[in-house]
Design a protein around this ligand. Structure first.
Ligand code: FES
Length: 183
């Protein structure tokens, strides 16, 4: 009846690993929770999880074909919001860096921010829902995965081209003073 201490240790380790796994799953599920929102219903407007920039935000009006941006791993990305201002979150970049009709992939955060129409910003996980490659390009109205060619709409993350079958999960951002913050 005496407990085997080694077995206890293994069980405990399994518990820790399971906990980590579940935590990851929880994050994934949390990310997916917004996927339950029917896509297509909000393509033209601003829905929860999207941000309309203040009308005073300067924007040059880039051509609709613009896009394909990819932010590097360093710079201001990933540093958190050390300024102590009212806005909180991780600074991704500037609204002026996101082309209208296109988007930018922030590789460090695995997030893609798009601007389907001028002044409306949307964010999605850049992790492809096929088998997890990082989408690395935004072009011609889609967020593209380099591994097997899946493409997702910049408006709502919906699949345009497979093999992926699930949309890119939404990410929450806020825009303040021309800065995009990941929540
Ligand atoms: Fe993206 Fe396969 S992992 S298409």
């Amino acid at each position: 009846m005496a407990a085997d201490p080694q077995q206890d240790q293994r069980a405990s380790r399994r518990g820790v690993l399971l906990g980590v796994g579940l935590a990851g799953l929880g994050g994934a599920l949390a990310g997916c929770s917004t996927a339950a929102v029917p896509y297509g219903a909000d393509e033209a407007g601003v829905a929860p999880g999207e941000v309309a920039a203040p009308s005073s935000t300067p924007m040059a009006g880039a051509p609709a074909s613009a896009g394909g941006g990819m932010a590097g791993g360093g710079g201001m990305a990933g540093g958190g919001n050390a300024g102590g201002g009212m806005a909180t979150g991780t600074l991704l970049g500037l609204t002026a860096d996101i082309p209208v009709g296109g988007g930018v992939v922030f590789m460090s955060q695995k997030v893609v921010v798009t601007q389907p129409v001028k002044g409306v910003f949307k964010a999605f996980s850049a992790i492809c829902t096929h088998v997890g490659c990082i989408c690395n390009k935004v072009a011609n109205g889609t967020i593209d995965c380099p591994c097997h060619g899946s493409e997702f709409k910049i408006t709502n993350g919906a699949v345009v081209t497979g093999p992926a079958s699930a949309p890119l999960p939404r990410r929450t951002i806020s825009v303040a003073d021309g800065k995009i913050l990941l929540q």
